[in-house]
Design a protein. Structure first.
Length: 121
């Protein structure tokens, strides 16, 4: 359904979810069952927290997630600390995912809001 919706909107994105266990966005594959991420066929080692952040962003590619929403969902509680505490985790995730972390293709900043996973990297 996700792919069809994207195609109807005219996007060239390839977002596919198979059995709810595997999400593909462009050349990025997130395998939830194996807890594994591949980019262009190469495995990317992520910490459990980085994987959770990426999995959440990938659950709705293109959706802008506020820092607070990310913190609440990833920490599974009403996070009451400094909302920028998510930023170092995003930076480490970008260093692992992106060929050029200064100009990210996958994890994008939404100014004044937070972050999103690019649905057409």
């Amino acid at each position: 359904y996700r792919v069809e919706a994207l195609l109807r909107r005219g996007g060239a994105a390839v977002v596919e979810e198979t059995d709810g266990e595997r999400i593909e966005v462009g050349d990025l594959i997130i395998d939830k069952r194996r807890h594994e991420v591949l980019r262009e066929g190469s495995r990317i080692d992520l910490t459990p927290l980085e994987f959770q952040i990426l999995e959440l962003l990938a659950s709705e590619p293109g959706r802008a997630w506020s820092r607070n929403a990310l913190l609440d969902r990833v920490w599974s509680t009403d996070y009451e600390g400094y909302q920028r505490n998510i930023d170092p985790h995003i930076n480490r995730l970008r260093k692992k995912l992106e060929t050029d972390p200064k100009n990210p293709r996958y994890v994008l900043t939404v100014r004044g809001v937070g972050y999103k996973l690019n649905e057409a990297p």
